[in-house]
Design a protein around this ligand. Structure first.
Ligand code: HEC
Ligand code: HEC
Ligand code: HEC
Ligand code: HEC
Ligand code: HEC
Length: 312
């Protein structure tokens, strides 16, 4: 049986049918077919988009195969056991990154901000390597199997060169397919949002809120130092040898995944994306329970995430 390859045209045709049947409906659905429990393979960060438990209820892995390399491994989109980045301070990091300057929150000029803001640190750049929409989600340094490995790709800014490199990966995939990104510009034909947004097709969930971009003025500040001796903020009660600080809720002196943390990569403890989020998911109520929504370390029901740091 030959492999069914979904082309952009075929999927757009489905989209048109569903536009017709759902006349007037805007596709701003954000619900997911993933279970959001057990492990990262059951979350939206499984970019193979194939459910390990039940391939028949797989969230459309094959349907997406024309738009990113399906490496068939969950971790490899972010990590590799060998040949990882030697410059990004993140565990065995396998993603390429582009050089650019982010517009940081302080440029908004609010009168209340007291702390120093720098460019996002490594524990934000990891997330932004997909969520700023400038790099294809499958753009990695070390591809699985006998596929490509090229550390020179790590800081490659030229999309053409990166796509040529990614296109070399097999079997039978990559060369003729697209390598799409989470670009908020929905008219970019290389953006997942060309389908997954209110401007896209009704059949596909909207990822509009996930496309953070390089302008961070409208996002909670990151790369910002955490105040000490400021009555508006709670005091951390845990720290690591490197000088990271955390709220040690269970008192085990370990920075657990469900504990909000401040990363020290040289400027003292700072808020970064991973202060609030764990990209692998964190159980909401112990082993086996559903993960907190949106990969949060702490549930934000009753604003409890916010109140971990802020005294309000
Ligand atoms: C040509 C249109 C199109 C493009 C481009 C596209 N998708 Fe999809 N995608 C779809 C359709 C249609 C579905 C099925 C919708 C559903 O499951 O209800 C889908 C489903 C998905 C799902 C399952 C949704 C869920 O959470 O249950 C994910 C995840 C996904 N796509 C990710 C991506 C990513 C990442 C990209 C870019 C690399 C991308 N898609 C590009 C049309 C598209
Ligand atoms: C979507 C990207 C992504 C995927 C996929 C991913 N990780 Fe991670 N992982 C990260 C990031 C980002 C960090 C660093 C988090 C931080 O800044 O503290 C990390 C950190 C880790 C760490 C260090 C300890 C910790 O939890 O922070 C381990 C171990 C790890 N990942 C293992 C895995 C394994 C195993 C898989 C596959 C089953 C996987 N990861 C899939 C992004 C990912
Ligand atoms: C390898 C690329 C990649 C990396 C790295 C990555 N993400 Fe994502 N993330 C995605 C994609 C693509 C989606 C959209 C859904 C999908 O296609 O599965 C997504 C979805 C999300 C969502 C929405 C989840 C939901 O269930 O609605 C959140 C929140 C998120 N990411 C946060 C983060 C944070 C925080 C980090 C860093 C710690 C991060 N991501 C790192 C690719 C990535
Ligand atoms: C201070 C805590 C905090 C920090 C820092 C933070 N986030 Fe979030 N993030 C949240 C909360 C809370 C939500 C859930 C918002 C909601 O449900 O409406 C969220 C939601 C998201 C979503 C889902 C879309 C949405 O708006 O609901 C994405 C994607 C995301 N964050 C990515 C990031 C990235 C990338 C960074 C770093 C640039 C980051 N976050 C930094 C707290 C944070
Ligand atoms: C990890 C700790 C932490 C968490 C969690 C956190 N914040 Fe913050 N927040 C900070 C720090 C640090 C600042 C910078 C304070 C300053 O400069 O005075 C800040 C600043 C702010 C500001 C003020 C920005 C300004 O212009 O003065 C607002 C509003 C804010 N946070 C809201 C929230 C909300 C809402 C949440 C929950 C979704 C949240 N924060 C979660 C640490 C955190």
């Amino acid at each position: 049986m030959s492999k069914i390859i979904w082309t952009r045209q075929a999927i757009l045709a489905i989209g048109i049918v569903s536009v017709g049947s759902a006349f007037g409906q805007v596709n701003n659905r954000t619900d997911t077919e993933f279970d959001n429990n057990k492990g990262i393979a059951y979350t939206r960060h499984n970019l193979t988009q194939t459910s390990p438990a039940d391939a028949s209820s797989s969230p459309n892995g094959a349907l997406m195969d024309a738009f990113r390399n399906n490496y068939g491994q969950v971790c490899v989109y972010c990590h590799t056991p060998h040949g990882a980045s030697s410059t990004v301070e993140a565990p065995l990091w396998n993603r390429t990154r582009k050089s650019h300057t982010f517009q940081t929150y302080d440029l908004l000029n609010t009168v209340t901000l007291t702390q120093t803001v720098t460019q996002p640190g490594p524990n934000s750049l990891t997330c932004l390597s997909c969520h700023d929409g400038t790099t294809a989600v499958d753009s990695i340094i070390n591809m699985p199997g006998s596929g490509g490995y090229d550390l020179a790709q790590e800081t490659q800014d030229d999309d053409g060169a990166i796509n040529a490199f990614l296109g070399g990966w097999g079997p039978g995939q990559g060369d003729t397919f697209q390598h799409m990104k989470l670009d908020a510009n929905t008219s970019n034909p290389d953006s997942c949002l060309s389908c997954h947004s209110p401007d896209g097709i009704v059949a596909a969930q909207s990822f509009a809120m996930f496309a953070i971009g390089t302008d961070l003025r409208n996002d909670h500040p990151v790369g910002i130092t955490f105040p000490t001796a400021n009555p508006d903020f709670n005091v951390t009660n845990g720290s690591t040898a490197r000088g990271d600080a955390f709220f040690d809720n269970d008192g085990d002196a370990r920075m657990d995944k469900g504990e909000v943390r401040l990363y020290n990569t040289g400027d003292g403890p700072e808020v970064e994306c991973a202060s609030c989020h764990d990209p692998h998911g964190v159980e909401s109520a112990g082993v086996g329970s559903d993960f907190n929504p949106t990969f949060l370390r702490v549930s934000n029901v009753g604003s409890s995430l916010c109140m971990t740091c802020h005294v309000k």
